[in-house]
Design a protein around this ligand. Structure first.
Ligand SMILES: Nc1nc2c(c(=O)[nH]1)N[C@H]1C(S)=C(S)[C@@H](COP(=O)(O)O)O[C@H]1N2
Ligand SMILES: [Mo]
Length: 420
């Protein structure tokens, strides 16, 4: 089976630069969708002509170690992981999706990299990565990162931006220092309501005055225990495309909160107004809307916690199974835990509860598995649905919103079951 995903009938917004910023009206990726595919098979042929030869070379080198991912866009680089390649309890670095809004910095070595913490703090600081390591407790946590636009590909009418299917989610093991410890050391002043995050990547226009992305967090969220300023991913230096040498990892909130190539955290007495903080970026209407509705910007709300969701990582869709087989995957829910995962192989007539693990730590997804048997040979769909600790269950259908965020409808895989 070829793992090239045929996207020829994807809407022609597939290569737009953004997963939901105001700037994403109109720009097409340089290549047609059909020229994009699995990372590895396209290296060397997908170099956009706008890039200098040197930078394009650096970019394809940076994609090394990500073979098997599906490339959705090459400028900026966006690549997702097919669901069956997300089977590991902890996502290996080569299976972690990539979502860039701009051009990654060319030099991502830890040498000389510094983090500035300033704004409304008692003692502004600038520290190297070694100084961060030496000054604060170093912790390792498995943390779930999901792009706010994961699942956008299934919106009807389509939403502009990267056409993520299922694979803009991961749970790697991150090592770093707690954001809270660093902010407390700097001395957060009483007037602070928001953080502003800054990274070293470059806007697609090349304009040094513009940031591709600069998001922030309400200060109460920033002070929670499981947000890391990370300098290791799965026990090694971060992959250059995943924010080396230093990044934020904010589990359970839209991935855009997790600033990569982190250089500065600013403390503010107003909501941060950096790139893609404004509606409709990473925002949904404050009230339910009919599919296709044009919603005025002032009616949007910034997304906070991501909703409850599950992913089936085995069996792989479009494969053959026996009459008895194991179904397994992961489930997560923003700032909550998942209390139940159920699966069906009869289009929802009956549901079977899966065995569900606790998260290995606060902020990690939960692994689940179930043995199923089917009554006769033939075509089956396996669907999964999770229910979180507040009793909120994944919806069957997509709750449409203009920018294609928060699609947590059931994941479905198709299999052909053989005779017993
Ligand atoms: N500096 C910077 N940080 C960034 C981004 C970016 O474009 N620039 N993209 C964000 C988005 S939208 C997501 S979903 C996550 C993706 O993290 P990953 O590429 O390591 O999977 O990074 C976030 N951090
Ligand atoms: Mo994202």
């Amino acid at each position: 089976m070829s793992d090239f995903l045929d996207r020829t009938d994807a809407p022609d917004t597939a290569n737009q630069e953004s997963d939901g910023g105001p700037a994403d009206t109109g720009r097409r990726g340089f290549l047609g969708a059909s020229a994009l595919g699995v990372v590895g098979s396209v290296l060397g042929v997908s170099i956009p002509l706008q890039l200098t030869a040197t930078r394009a070379l650096a970019q394809s080198e940076a994609l090394q170690g990500k073979e098997g991912l599906t490339l959705l866009n090459d400028r900026p680089v966006n690549a997702e992981t097919p669901a069956h390649l997300l089977d590991d309890a902890i996502t290996p670095t080569n299976r972690h999706f990539i979502r860039n809004n701009g051009i990654a910095p060319g030099d991502t070595s830890a040498e000389g990299w510094t983090l500035t913490v300033d704004g409304l703090v008692d003692s502004p600081m600038e520290m190297t990565i070694d100084e961060l390591r030496d000054s604060f407790e170093v912790v390792t946590l498995a943390l779930t990162l999901e792009c706010g636009g994961n699942g956008r590909a299934f919106f009807d009418p389509p939403a502009s931006g990267n056409q993520w299917t299922y694979g803009a989610v991961a749970c790697s093991e991150w090592t770093g220092v707690r954001l809270r410890d660093v902010l407390e050391a700097a001395g957060v002043q009483d007037s602070v309501v928001y953080t502003g995050h800054h990274g070293a990547d470059m806007h697609l226009s090349g304009d040094p005055e513009k940031a591709p992305l600069s998001r922030g967090l309400p200060i109460e969220k920033a002070m929670t225990d499981n947000i890391l300023i990370a300098f290791e991913m799965n026990g090694e230096a971060l992959h250059p495309m995943n924010g080396a040498p230093l990044r934020l990892v904010v589990p359970g909130w839209p991935g855009s909160c997790s600033q990569k190539w982190l250089t500065r955290i600013e403390l503010l007495d107003h909501k941060h107004d950096g790139a893609k903080m404004e509606a409709p970026s990473y925002s949904v209407p404050a009230y339910p809307v009919a599919p296709g509705t044009d919603v005025p910007n002032e009616d949007f709300e910034t997304i906070h916690a991501m909703p409850v969701k599950s992913l089936i990582t085995h069996p792989q869709t479009d494969t053959e199974v026996g009459s008895e087989f194991e179904v397994r995957g992961h489930a997560w829910s923003g700032d909550r835990t998942v209390q139940r995962v159920e699966i069906t192989t009869d289009f929802g007539e009956s549901w079977q509860e899966a065995e569900l693990d606790d998260p290995v730590n606060d902020g990690a997804w939960q692994n689940w598995r179930a043995n199923v048997s089917v009554p006769q040979a033939g075509y089956y769909e396996v669907w999964a649905r999770a229910t979180d600790s507040e009793g909120v269950m994944q919806p069957f259908a997509i709750k449409w919103n203009p920018k294609g965020y928060l699609n947590n409808s059931y994941h479905k895989v198709a299999v052909r079951a053989g005779a017993a």
